[in-house]
Ligand binder design. Structure first.
Ligand SMILES: [Fe+2]
Ligand SMILES: [Fe+2]
Length: 188
């Protein structure tokens, strides 16, 4: 017996199949960020926790933007579970390093998507991806900065908390170029 998602993706373009997979990657990122946020929260590091709780909501929005796009394109959508979530860490640096690794992986995934859209002359798809490519550049930059700050703090997490409080505020709205989400957007 074929699974529902296999049945649904049968006959789709490579671009649309990769986009269906990307829903799962975004939800996995969202869930992983909750795990990271909860770890910091549990260790009385509220600013780091805030940044990652917030990042989790952004990833959820990304997943829901893809859901919106696929529905509008008439592509059947199956809402997936997530991949494995890491919950045990040895040191604060490991969590930020994981976040950076995750953002780099997602960037790679969007490069593959962009290549598929171009190969298949899917102009609408290429245009849809532009916002995500820009977003990935920002997210990789944000996590590299945070990792550099953690390294520079030499274990003084209160310095990191001060930096995060001052330089990483939550911003909501104000991006008219963001793709629409299915249902309410939480962060754009
Ligand atoms: Fe994302
Ligand atoms: Fe991200």
């Amino acid at each position: 017996m074929t699974s529902t998602s296999e049945t649904l993706t049968h006959g789709l373009s490579k671009f649309h199949r990769l986009l269906v997979d990307q829903i799962r990657h975004e939800f996995t990122a969202s869930q992983q960020y909750i795990a990271i946020a909860a770890w910091f929260d549990d260790r009385d590091l509220p600013q780091l926790a805030r940044v990652f709780y917030r990042q989790s909501l952004e990833e959820r929005d990304h997943a829901m933007m893809i859901v919106r796009f696929l529905i509008d394109e008439g592509v059947p959508v199956a809402i997936p579970g997530t991949g494995e979530i890491q919950n045990s860490f040895d040191a604060p640096r490991d969590l930020v390093a994981l976040a950076l690794r995750q953002e780099r992986e997602v960037t790679e995934q969007f490069h593959l998507l962009a290549r598929a859209a171009r190969e298949e002359n899917d102009y609408t798809g290429e245009q849809f991806l532009n916002w995500f490519l820009k977003e990935q550049t920002e997210e990789v930059a944000k996590m590299s900065t945070l990792l550099a700050v953690v390294d520079r703090s030499k274990g003084n997490l209160f310095d990191v908390e001060t930096f995060v409080a001052r330089d990483m505020p939550d911003t909501t709205g104000g991006d008219p170029t963001a793709p629409a989400t299915a249902g309410p957007a939480l962060t754009v």
